[in-house]
Ligand binder design. Structure first.
Ligand code: DI6
Ligand code: FE
Length: 395
């Protein structure tokens, strides 16, 4: 750790102090225990009793897409079902058609707007999935666009290849499409270093466990970590399947069985809760939070921001919903949007924590208790965001 601190934050809620050197946290602890390096810090910033948290981590989004599906939602309000709309050519494939037709500039502009909204709510790390291209060219374009978000919004972007999102119309069967994903798209994406992880949609409207197994096996063979959309609309054994592959995370889990929960616990896989999707789909099923808690499965919370089931661009609101609809405590929601979310991205110790060596991503809140962050709907009390040691809003 370099000797001279660039910034010393003092007077946090609870009497803490944080030393920053370059883009990393050099020291964190009680103000009473400040080491000698504090005396030579280039800048001092007393935050007057404000709460300071790690920069929030949104560990599951589909930010890059084109088109609009609000009319599908209107049809669902009138009684149509998500799977019926998908079977009739709407759903994910409607967004695929719009995304294939969009220019890179348009894809980037839309993603930047949504990323900026997330950042305004205190997010400094965003995972972004592909999965609305489903052909080689568009999947690659989506991932390149995802990486470029960070040129426009002060966030770190982590990318996930979700080629196995649904079967595109030009493929007759899921098996043929999965062969194309494993043999052609995934190797190209890996060769270009475009994906930090690989995901798939295990669901009766998408891919069978056997097909998902092929995708995750191919990813592992290429050295890429895996994660899985699991047990959202039906219990297809997705949690156990994710665990079997040593997945970083299993996401959704509304219909996971006790066996699935036990498998996640044994594998150390993070459970990512996505309350926006169930809310928008009007699904009253919620993940087995009490069982996950009992089993010691780390729980993360994310927006699942996507055009079909979760048009949500506020992580604090997702945290609120995770408390109100799923029974998380405020402390669990905060850990879920920081430390556990970072773990779901393979970034333990790098993001989501205030500890020496971690990235200096911090939010100073106009609040002195985490409940005040989670409680408000539509007004996250962000005072200042520091990303990579630099002020990006406020002070
Ligand atoms: N699960 C979801 O909720 C979204 N994708 C997924 O795998 C749905 C995405 C969409 O409908 O566009
Ligand atoms: Fe999703």
């Amino acid at each position: 750790m370099s000797a001279v601190w660039d910034l010393l934050i003092t007077g946090t809620a609870g009497g803490g102090a944080i030393g920053i050197a370059g883009d990393r946290i050099a020291w964190a602890g009680s103000e009473q225990a400040l080491p000698p390096a504090a005396a030579t810090a280039r800048h001092r910033w007393p935050v007057h009793g404000r709460l300071v948290t790690p920069g929030l981590v949104d560990c599951h989004t589909h930010l890059v897409f084109a088109g609009d599906r609000s009319s599908e939602w209107e049809r669902r309000l009138a009684g149509a079902r998500y799977d019926e709309i998908a079977a009739a050519g709407g759903g994910i494939n409607a967004t695929v058609a719009a995304t294939r037709a969009a220019s890179d500039a348009d894809l980037l502009a839309g993603a930047v707007r949504r990323a900026a909204a997330l950042a305004a709510g205190g997010v400094t790390t965003i995972e972004v999935k592909s999965g609305y291209g489903l052909d080689l060219d568009t999947e690659v374009r989506m991932l390149r666009v995802a990486r470029r978000i960070a040129e426009h919004v002060p966030v770190t972007v982590v990318t996930t290849f979700l080629g196995a999102h649904t079967v595109p119309p030009e493929f007759g069967t899921g098996d043929d499409y999965v062969s194309f994903v494993c043999d052609e798209v995934l190797p190209a994406v890996a060769a270009e270093g475009l994906a930090d992880a690989v995901d798939a949609f295990a669901e009766h409207v998408a891919f069978t466990p056997a097909q998902v197994d092929r995708v995750l096996t191919a990813a592992t063979a290429l050295g890429l970590p895996v994660k899985l959309h699991a047990d959202q609309l039906s219990d297809g054994g997705g949690a156990a399947l994710a665990a079997r592959h040593g997945a970083l995370s299993a996401d959704h889990l509304e219909r996971s069985s006790p066996d699935g929960v036990a498998a996640l616990a044994a594998a150390g896989t993070v459970a990512v809760l996505l309350p926006g999707a169930g809310y928008v789909l009007g699904d009253t099923a919620t993940p087995p939070v009490a069982a996950l808690r009992r089993a010691g499965v780390p729980m993360a919370v994310a927006t699942d921001c996507n055009p079909g089931t979760s048009p949500l661009v506020s992580l604090p609101l997702a945290m609120h919903m995770a408390c109100t609809r799923m029974g998380l405590t405020v402390a669990e929601a905060l850990a879920g949007a920081t430390e556990h979310a970072a773990r779901a991205l393979g970034l333990s110790g790098v993001a989501g924590v205030i500890a020496p060596g971690a990235r200096a991503d911090l939010v100073v809140w106009d609040a002195d208790d985490p409940a005040q962050i989670v409680y408000w709907i539509g007004l996250p009390p962000v005072h200042t965001v520091v990303q990579g040691g630099r002020f990006v809003t406020g002070a």
